[in-house]
Each structure stands twice: as C-alpha cells, then as structure tokens.
Ligand binder design. Structure first.
Ligand code: F0G
Length: 463
C-alpha cells in the first residue's frame, strides 16, 4: 500500500525563482519600509503572500484562453461561463466582475449604507472595507472556538447562531439587508463552515426574512472538508456537496482568483431580480458590459474551465493534504500553528511565537519580516496591522495575531514546502531576539497594503 499523496499533474512549463543573500534581503526589507507588500516579487524566493490569483493554470485552461471570444456584447465565452456557474450554484443572475472585491463593492453599494448592519462568520478585509465604505457596519460573529488557535475542532469557520439571533433582535430586521458566510473562513485560519451551520443559518434567517449570501471564493475546499469531516457526506461527490451549499443561499460573491484557478476574475450571483438589476447598472459604470464585466472574454473561458477542474477530488485531496503536511511539519518542531490546518494556508500564532512582543508592536509583522530575511519567504500578517484600530486614542488589538503562509494552487512542490518549513524553524530557534515594530506611516483604509514600519529599538539603561 502506498500512502504518499502526490501532485495529480505533471509540469509542462516552469518559471525560475531568484536566490538572494541575507544581506540583500535585509536591504530590500529596509527599502520596503518593512512592509512585505512593498517588496519586489523578484526579490522573493517562495511567495506565500497569497493564494489569490497565483494559481498555475492547466493546459486545458490555456487552451480555453485561446478559444475565448472577445466580442463586446453577447460573447460565447460569457454563455459558457454563465452555464458553468449556474449549474453549480443554481443562482439566476450571474454578473462577472474583474475580481471578488468588485462584486463586493457593487453589492454593498446597492444594499449597504448608513445604519445598515452586515453580520458574517468573519468578513474578509476587502469585504469589511466595502461594507464600511458604504456607511454600513460589518459585524463578525465567529464561533468562540475559532479564537483558540491551539484547539482542534472540525468546523472552526462556523458562525455563532446564538449571537446572530441576538444581533437580529437587537438591531431589527429592517437594518440587516443580508448576512454573509465566508467559506472557508479565511480570517480565522481558512477554517471550514459545516453544512449543518449553513443550513441552520438559512433556517434562522428565514424566520426573519433576511437573505443569505456566501462569500464563495474557497467553496471547493470547504466542500471537501465537509466530505472529510461531516457525518453523512463521505459518500457524496464534492460537486454534490458544493451544490447543496449553494442551495441554501440567495446569492454569492466570488473571487475566482482562488477556487476558480485563474489569475484574475470574479462574479456576483443573485436570485433577487431587483438587486441584480441595480448591480448590473453599477457594473456598466465601473466594470463593463454585463457579458464581460471587467474581464477579457478569454478570462471567462478560463474561469469556466477552472470551476470544473477544481471539483476534481484527486486535486482536492492533494490540495488539502499538501497544506496539512506543511502545518504538521511546523507543529512537530514546536512552532505554534493554528490547528487544524486550514484549506489554503498555514497560520502561525504570532502571539505564542513571540510572547515578548506586545500586540501594539505587531508580533505578526515582526515574524513575517524575519521569515523573509531568513530565507526569502513572503507571508502576510493577519493581525493588528490588518484589523487593529484606534478607539478614542487607545489601541485596540485584533482578536488574533496571525501570520499566514498561503499556498498558491498547483505552483510549489513538496521540496519548496520542506525548505519553507526549515526557514521558519530556524527563525523559531532565535525567536527571543526578534524585535517588535511601530508604524511610521499609514493611509486611512486598508493600511496593511501600504503602511511603513520601523523596528522598535529598546532603550537600554545606561549605567
Ligand atoms: N473574500 C475572501 C474570503 C477573500 O479571501 C478575498 C481575497 C476576497 C473576498 C476578495 O477577493 O482579491 O478577488 O478582490 N483574498 C485574498 C487573500 C486577497 O490573500 O486572502 P479579490
């Protein structure tokens, strides 16, 4: 019996990666103001910044690209894409956008606004920003276990139904235009939402007549976790599970840059004709005509093919296992990782990794900088840089201080992962000597993308 889970593909085209010295990386980091978003990608050896738009497309997707129809209106590629999305989701109105946040912007421009509340298991940062930009309030209601990074639980991505019902009673149905479930729940560690939780959310919202939307960008990974972990789903196909997930929702936003295995693309799908009509009008103003929505025709073809391939169970088995393999390796070496490993990334608990760095000195940022300097690994902080706030002049930290190592789909091999784990373990050995950081510049929204940092140099007492 063999038990090594192998990549279910062979490699047809390769792209070199650049080796640099530690001195070079120290300088690059200084010049990027210690913000990994400001590095040149060519200066990164293994880029685990995001799993978004970084997938390797298949030969069939490249063939579909060639077959794309670039007609302005009524493109053949659109109808192919629309059919694939409709067969999968069952939604009536399929509106292509150039990526997920464009769908969010349009959706919350239509349904958001001052006084409105949008509950979610956890909003992703762009979702939250788009809700807030409309004047509405984004409320995160993760289950309590989601905040315990060292506790294993099968569906840590779930929404807390009791808190959801309390919120509805408190603020009133009229102020909640919809509720949104992010599958998988990226911000709490790429953790899945169970079918039971989706079904019960639906039932609760039905009681009050509130629509449910899915933020579906990692729907296939979520569906595969349901197959692995939820009673009653082992013998169902991942496709059937995904179809059931969508059946409880009234629509979805989708960043196709994740589970549609493409480098750009997204969509908004809805059942409500009034909202869809308004969304289409906005789409024409900001994205493009409704049969291309900010994309080239060929991109729609690639998405249609990607949405089909992603449900291949050999692919999902490899995908989920290879991320877990990375997490297991770090956990065995004592590195405090969030458990169980999520679908698209390994998350390190920076609070436990760097207990001497307080949240106001951004332990996640500190760790991310060190991993780059040590071995050219780029990751992303998901903690107080991303979600921390000043309230009445006082620092309010994020719930968790995480560093995410997101794995691009079908891009890196097992030895890349082995190397990345070695780098992180080296950093772990010298963790006591890693300094905290302070922010020296920040913009008003989504500060993590462009903020500047400086290491905090502790004053040593002069004798
Ligand atoms: N929703 C979730 C759960 C996401 O993870 C993202 C993007 C979006 C919406 C927005 O989609 O990038 O196509 O506009 N997440 C990326 C990440 C950026 O790195 O996790 P987009």
């Amino acid at each position: 019996m063999t038990n090594t889970v192998i990549e279910p593909f062979k490699i047809k085209s390769v792209e070199p990666i650049n080796f640099t010295t530690r001195e070079y990386r120290e300088k690059a980091m200084r010049e990027a103001f210690y913000n990994l978003f400001l590095l040149k990608a060519d200066d990164v050896l293994i880029d685990l910044l995001t799993d978004s738009g970084t997938a390797a497309m298949s030969s069939k997707q490249w063939a579909a690209i060639m077959d794309g129809d670039e007609s302005y209106a009524g493109s053949r590629s659109f109808f192919k894409f629309e059919k694939v999305v409709r067969d999968l989701t069952g939604f009536k109105f399929i509106i292509p956008t150039h990526q997920g946040r464009a769908a969010e912007k349009i959706l919350f421009t239509v349904v958001g606004g001052p006084g409105k509340i949008i509950p979610s298991n956890t909003h992703f940062d762009t979702t939250r920003a788009n809700v807030e930009f409309s004047g509405a309030e984004a409320v995160d209601l993760p289950v309590p276990v989601a905040l315990e990074t060292d506790r294993r639980s099968d569906f840590k991505g779930n929404i807390d139904l009791e808190r959801l019902e309390n919120l509805i009673k408190k603020v009133g149905v009229a102020n909640i235009p919809l509720s949104i479930l992010t599958v998988t729940n990226n911000s709490v560690g790429g953790q899945p939402v169970s079918m039971a939780n989706i079904r019960e959310t639906r039932a609760l919202l039905n009681k009050y007549g509130i629509p449910l939307l899915l933020d579906a960008c990692r729907f296939a990974e979520n569906a595969y976790f349901i197959k692995l972990r939820e009673p009653g789903y082992r013998d169902k196909s991942v496709r059937e599970i995904a179809v059931e997930m969508f059946s409880y929702a009234d629509g979805c936003t989708m960043s196709a840059k994740k589970d549609a295995l493409v480098n750009i693309g997204g969509f908004l799908a809805l059942n409500d004709s009034t909202i869809a009509e308004k969304a289409r009008s906005l789409l024409i103003m900001t994205e493009g005509f409704p049969t291309y929505g900010g994309l080239a025709g060929r991109d729609l073809d690639a998405m249609a093919q990607g949405l089909t391939e992603v449900l291949d169970e050999d692919y999902l088995k490899y995908r989920i296992r290879s991320v877990e393999y990375f997490g297991d390796k770090l956990e065995k070496a004592g590195v405090p990782v969030l458990v169980p490993t999520g679908g698209h990334a390994v998350f390190i608990d920076a609070r436990r990794f760097l207990p001497h760095v307080p949240p106001q000195q951004y332990p996640g940022q500190a760790l991310a900088v060190e991993m780059y300097v040590e071995g050219g690994i780029r990751s992303v902080e998901i903690g107080s840089v991303m979600f921390g706030r000043e309230v009445e002049g006082k620092f309010v930290s994020a719930n968790l201080e995480l560093v995410r190592l997101a794995i691009p789909r079908r891009v890196y091999t097992q030895s890349h992962v082995d190397y990345a784990a070695e780098v992180i373990i080296e950093v772990f050995k010298r963790r006591d000597r890693i300094p905290g950081y302070k922010i020296t510049y920040e913009p008003p929204y989504l500060r993590h993308f462009t903020a500047h940092f400086e290491p905090v140099v502790e004053e040593t007492a002069q004798v």
